[in-house]
Each structure stands twice: as C-alpha cells, then as structure tokens.
Design a protein around this ligand. Sequence first.
Ligand code: HEC
Length: 105
Amino acid sequence: MKKAGLILCLMTAAASWALAGEQASVKRGEELFNSQQLGTNGKSCATCHPGGKGMSEAAGYKEDELAGTINQCIKKPLEGKPLAAGSSDLKSLVMYIRSLAPAGQ
Ligand code: HEC
C-alpha cells in the first residue's frame, strides 16, 4: 500500500508541474530566452541578446508586433519553429522581454 501511495503522490506532483508549465510567466520566459530548446542550431535568444541587449525598445511594441518579432528571431537566427500565437510560451517571452525595460519606455 505504501508503494501505491508513493506512485499517486508522484503522479500528483507531475500533474501540478505540467499545469504550472501552462501558466505564462516572466520566469518561464527567462528560461526559454536562455535555453536552446526554441531552435535547432544550439543558439539561444541570449546568444545574441545577452541580458536583453538590442531589445530596449521592444518593450514598447504592441503585443502582436512583439510576438511576431520574437517568432522571426526563432525562425531565422535560431532555425526553429515559430511558437503558436497566444501560446503560453510566446506570452511568457513577451512578458520577459517587457520586464527587461522600464514600463513606458
Ligand atoms: C543570431 C542572433 C540572434 C538570435 C539568436 C536572436 N536574435 Fe533577436 N535580433 C537579432 C538581430 C540582428 C535583431 C535586429 C537588430 C537589433 O535590433 O538588434 C534582432 C531583433 C530582435 C527583436 C526586436 C528588437 C527591436 O527593438 O526592434 C526582438 C524582440 C528579438 N530580437 C527577440 C529575440 C528572441 C526572443 C530571440 C530568441 C527566440 C532572439 N531574438 C534570438 C539577432 C538575434
């Protein structure tokens, strides 16, 4: 019985982790920005934009524009697949990039 309890516990933990993964957040955006998983050539956004370099004006873009620019950078420099519009990963990247510049700039 003990074993069944442990398995149930692990399943619950895995399920809540998966749900947390669906939630757009600045932290998730930062993770994606620094990871190589968005592309296929071993580069990350941070390779070319360390610490948000070259993106100080991006925070002022409209959400759609910024999402489109992010996807351009995923397609070309990273040779990856663009993220689905409205997906939590794309939202997370938008949130992270906005967090790099003070509001209103
Ligand atoms: C191989 C280098 C490279 C990689 C990798 C890269 N970018 Fe870019 N990015 C550029 C260049 C070059 C520009 C256009 C020139 C500029 O504004 O610095 C640009 C522009 C941008 C802009 C618009 C900035 C502005 O103010 O107009 C955003 C936003 C952006 N990138 C986000 C990202 C994100 C998010 C990733 C990762 C998914 C990424 N980039 C990966 C090179 C890169």
